[in-house]
Design a binder for this molecule. Sequence first.
Ligand code: FAD
Length: 445
Amino acid sequence: MRANVITTLTKKTASRLDYLCRHQSTTSTCTCTAYDLVIVGGGIVGCATAREMIMRHPNMKIAIVEKENALAMHQTGHNSGVVHSGIYYTPESMKAKLCVEGLKLSYEYFCKNNIPHKKIGKLIVAQNPTQVKRIDDLFERGMKNNVPDLQVIEKDCISKYEPKCKGEKALWSPWTGIVDWTVVCKSFAEQFQKMKGDIFLNFEVIGFAEMTESKPKSQLVPIAVQSKNQCIPTKYVLTCAGLHSDRLAVMTGCDLSPRIVPFRGEYLLLNENKRHLCTTNVYPVPDPRFPFLGVHFTPRMNSDIWLGPNAVLALAREGYSWFDINIRDCIEMAKFPGLYKFCFRYFLPGCMEMIKSIFYPLAVKDLQKFIPEITYKDVKRGPSGVRAQALDKDGKLIDDFVFDGGTGKIGSRVLHCRNAPSPAATSSMAIAKFIADKLDRDFKF
Ligand SMILES: Cc1cc2nc3c(=O)[nH]c(=O)nc-3n(C[C@H](O)[C@H](O)[C@H](O)COP(=O)(O)OP(=O)(O)OC[C@H]3O[C@@H](n4cnc5c(N)ncnc54)[C@H](O)[C@@H]3O)c2cc1C
């Protein structure tokens, strides 16, 4: 299904545009192309790419527009804070390549820019013979993906890596680490601004328009990036809108598929007096029949220990609790056949996740398999995040990163990052290079 919501500028909007233009550009009075590139979305993908582009093209005028009053307010600011090493992903996929590259680039960046981080490693722990076999498969996959220094750990040695952890066999990834991705995102944005990039907060993009009256035919007609009461002229647009990526894509005539469905991930918090029980990231062996990794133990930079996240359907794209309900989001989900197919496929595990979300002490049973000393009295409800999960028409999860260009006069000058799920924070610097190469190739700056 294609939707064309590209609008033409009204006179009133055009005069507002002139106003904004006069205030953004020192060289022109009005209807100038104020920007070469506008990036929609101030999460880690948008900010990393803005930084990469301005480093490559110091004379280019680039802006980030973000609908919230601060950067990193959604997925980037609500995640596990893990620097992933790239073990799980299908060899040769973009995720596999960009995660391993992103890991190296991230650590270099953290060291160079004094970003606090800890390389505390990660144990993936098998609890039964089926999972023991999968540990060997994961090791092979990790080797194919060039994950550095992976080791298979036999049962008796698990406690050397995590003293209180029990299991039958494990995979040790010493390069896995932790960091606060909000800090990293803001650092990218700060460097971008130092190189004369502009950031507009409280700017929610509601459409794109062609400013036909503003340029002679021989020149590129500027695109107006519109919010409710402002618009910014630009030659090219990149959208990195996370939970709203499908809506932004549709605005430039792209296909509605893949559709974003929000899945909330809720964490439990380990009480302070039990933090000593967990010193590294402890993960279950992922079950290939289910789409998410399973609850894990994650030490945080502020010394908290987060347990989770689970995966429950959220009733709003930015629904951080059961009480956040957005009617528009719910209606769109109700009309999407792919979601019914998905729910049918994962009906039982989905119900179990919901029950454990409501009666959270039940989730402790899963955690006790790894660290038996933990009891339900040692945990309380913690924060949550919402995953932008891309689903196709058949209800299949789109696993890999997806980039899509539009069509037509405006669409052909817009690139959309349509799917950037985990580990996109870890991969952000590599994704930024990938996008920048694509922009340099496809657009004539
Ligand atoms: C629970 C959870 C745990 C995770 N754990 C990890 C992890 O440990 N390690 C890891 O590497 N990754 C992890 N991830 C994944 C990672 O957080 C995301 O892949 C990454 O943050 C995506 O960044 P983004 O910039 O694409 O999206 P976002 O951070 O969501 O940013 C998109 C931005 O676009 C803005 N926006 C949207 N629509 C508009 C509009 N119309 N106009 C203007 N602005 C708009 C939003 O306000 C938002 O700020 C996790 C994700 C979740 C949800």
